[in-house]
Each structure stands twice: as structure tokens, then as C-alpha cells.
Design a protein around this ligand. Structure first.
Ligand code: ADP
Length: 179
């Protein structure tokens, strides 16, 4: 008895989830029955990022609260080990530009070397998200820029908590003073 596995894993940092990530998930649902958005982390990591891992997972859950085919999880260690534990043979990755290609290709080939049954599926985002990255969103938000077009309202609210007006003013003054 063989059953085609339509479970896909979409791994990343998601610090935080952007509209570009959301676009990838929605596109994946056109061929996968279920997508696990998996937040990667390392306990030994020196720099933890802007959001804690559980905060990132919670935001993903909230954004996809009305989509039962999307699950959020965190994993530590090798992606292929996590995929195998879920019996998921499809890994989703996004390609924004040629600059993403080399690293993504290397990872895909290495993952297949580590587990021959896994396939990486690359998806291109809608052009309006092709320049979008979580690091840009963090930077713009920290400088009091408007990121409402780039993240869902749930994420926007959390970003505002991370960068309350006093902090933002300070950063801007800092920039001004330097310049
Ligand atoms: P980022 O690069 O924004 O920090 P991640 O490291 O969490 O995001 O990336 C997880 C995956 O999502 C990667 O395959 C990355 O190429 C992809 N991705 C991130 N942003 C976008 C986007 N705007 N459009 C398409 N794919 C994206």
C-alpha cells in the first residue's frame, strides 16, 4: 500500500513572517495538502533575533488561524531529520532573485544527499514581494518606517510592541546626530 505524501515543510527564520512568506505558503497549498511552517533555531545561537522563537510560531499560527491546512512548528538541528520525523518529503523554499539561487541550490542538493527521498520545491513570489525580506522589515520598523504593506496586521501589532514610539524616536535621533 503506498500513499502519496502531500505534506510539505516550509522552513526558515520567519523573524517575523512577511507577506512574501505568506505568499509562499498560499502557493504551496495549491499542490500540498498541508504545509508546516517550521521556525529553525539553535539553542547555542549567540544572537537570538528580534522575536523569540515562540513569538514567531505564535504569529504564524495567528496569521493562518483560518487555514486548517497550515501548521506552525519549531525545530532544532538538521532540517532533514525534522522532515523525516514528520514523514514530509517536500521542502518549500522561495526564490526572490538570482542572488538567492546559489545558496538555495547548495542546500537543496545537500539535503537530498542527507535524505535521498526529500525533494525541494522552489517557488517564485508575486513580483510585489520579490524585494521583500524579514531583515528589511525589521530595519524599516526599527526606524519608524511604515511596514503595513509588507506584513499582516497581527505582525504589525507585534512589531509596534517591539519598537514603541520612544525607542523609535531615539533611533531616529541617533541617526540624525551621526549624520
Ligand atoms: P528572510 O530571508 O526574509 O529572512 P527566511 O530566512 O525566514 O526569510 O526565509 C525562509 C524562506 O522564505 C527562504 O527560502 C526565503 O528565500 C523565502 N523568502 C523569504 N522572503 C521571501 C519573499 N519575499 N518571497 C519569496 N520567498 C521568500
Amino acid at each position: 500500500m503506498s500513499k502519496i505524501n502531500h505534506l510539505a515543510i516550509y522552513p526558515g527564520s520567519f523573524d517575523p513572517l512577511t507577506r512574501g512568506h505568506e505568499d509562499m505558503v498560499r502557493r504551496s497549498l495549491s499542490f500540498a495538502d498541508k504545509v508546516i511552517v517550521a521556525v529553525a533555531h539553535r539553542r547555542t545561537q549567540q544572537k537570538s533575533g528580534l522575536f523569540e522563537i515562540n513569538e514567531r510560531v505564535e504569529m504564524i499560527r495567528s496569521v493562518f488561524a483560518n487555514e486548517p491546512r497550515v501548521e506552525a512548528a519549531e525545530f532544532e538541528g538538521l532540517l532533514v531529520n525534522f522532515a523525516r520525523s514528520k514523514n514530509a518529503r517536500v521542502i518549500i523554499r522561495g526564490l526572490r532573485a538570482v542572488s538567492d539561487f546559489e545558496y538555495e541550490m547548495q542546500m537543496a542538493l545537500m539535503n537530498r544527499q542527507l535524505w535521498s527521498e526529500v525533494e525541494t520545491v522552489f517557488l517564485a513570489p508575486d513580483t510585489q514581494y520579490s524585494f521583500l525580506s524579514a531583515s528589511l522589515v525589521r530595519e524599516i520598523a526599527s526606524l519608524d518606517g511604515d511596514v503595513s504593506e509588507f506584513v499582516s496586521p497581527i505582525v504589525l501589532q507585534q512589531l509596534k510592541k517591539k519598537f514603541p514610539p520612544e525607542t523609535r524616536t531615539q533611533s531616529l535621533h541617533g541617526k540624525d546626530a551621526d549624520g
